[in-house]
Design a protein around this ligand. Sequence first.
Ligand code: KG4
Ligand code: ZN
Length: 421
Amino acid sequence: MSCYSVPMNPLRVLAIETSCDETAVSLLEQTVTASGETVITVLGNALSSQIDIHAQYGGVFPALAKRAHAEHIIPLLMDCLEQADMLIPHNTDKQPVVLSSEIEQILSALDAKEATLKTHISAFFSTYQAPAISHIAVTVGPGLAPALWVGVNTATTLAQVWSIQAQRTIPVIPINHMEGHVVTATYQQAADKKTYTRTAMQLPALALLVSGGHTELIHIEQLGIYIKIGQTRDDAIGEAFDKVARMLSLTYPGGPKVSALAAQFRESGITQIITLPQPMLHSGDYDFSHSGIKTAALYTIRDLTEQNTRELTDTEKMMIACAFEDAAIAVLVHKTVRACQEYHSGTVIVGGGVAGNSYLRTQLTTVIAAKIPHCTVLFPELWLATDNAIMIGLAAMGQLLAGTAQTPEISTIVADGNLSL
Ligand code: KG4
Ligand code: ZN
């Protein structure tokens, strides 16, 4: 791998995310203001969610995810470039041009596994010019391997063909999806939702990563250097939310719906009669286990409904949602606070889909303010908590600015479903 030094000004990164059930493409530009402040502007942002496709399976179905990514990624790329005024045809009447044999040879590598992508991307190259970008950033893991590969194949093909068409090298920066979640919370969004500046923060920091695939605590001595100090031993927190949602007949992704029911219950003033266990609360380490709470919820439902002989009432559903959220969030908050104290963290960074959970937001902020007042808690903007490509672009920009971005040989860039921070 080669270490990349900051080149062309402005830096413009096209970012691609396909790790799970969101296909997303964004274009970010970095500029330095007269006062010396670095500002990142989102020039284009396009996202297509597959929630409707997967809802019937109660979770993400990898083969369907891959197919939907391959269908949507090039239309999303075009949408993103159009927003940035960079969708420029080869000629005014948008007549396709003949691609060179060198480009055809690059495209032929897609024949075996990416027939749909090949059709879309070939038509794109014959109609549109290479945009004025400096880099392509792509999620290489963790996630569903077939889904990740669509993004990786798109990024590497775009880089190779655009490098020929633009007659300058456009490198690819492989990005860890979880770094995207970490970095997003460290940026502040302006009112226009398009410009971002870095929030001043105290290091070392502690990242709490909570998503459909992860529950992790990461010690960050310096941005870019991550030490995992704890993780779930079974289900991820988002997965547990989704499973409890299914028990309550709520559709995927159920996390926000369970949380909404829990909030309704807290506001109702009805007395809570259900408590669920808080697994590994006092285990002495920073690991988690969420499957125990989920199983306890299942038994509680069985008991309440007299061995499933009747439906849960609406109040019972709210009660269970609330008991689950109380128990799950209490463990997250307790362990995060303890890790923060032990590692003398000046900042807690929360990332991943569950970072959008309003109960986690208020509980963690309140407990940290009371117990560790010098510590700041950073959450991502709500709309950037779940998967998107801006987070991948922000991670790449951070690496480019720090001089740590890697731009490996195209042929060595591979998807890795189990990639770890
Ligand atoms: O980060 P993300 O978009 O995808 C992964 O990388 O996994 O996270 C999605 C997960 C889903 O399990 C979803 O149910 C959960 O985050 N989630 C929530 C909330 N918003 C999303 N869980 C609880 N409360 C929320 N408000
Ligand atoms: Zn994610």
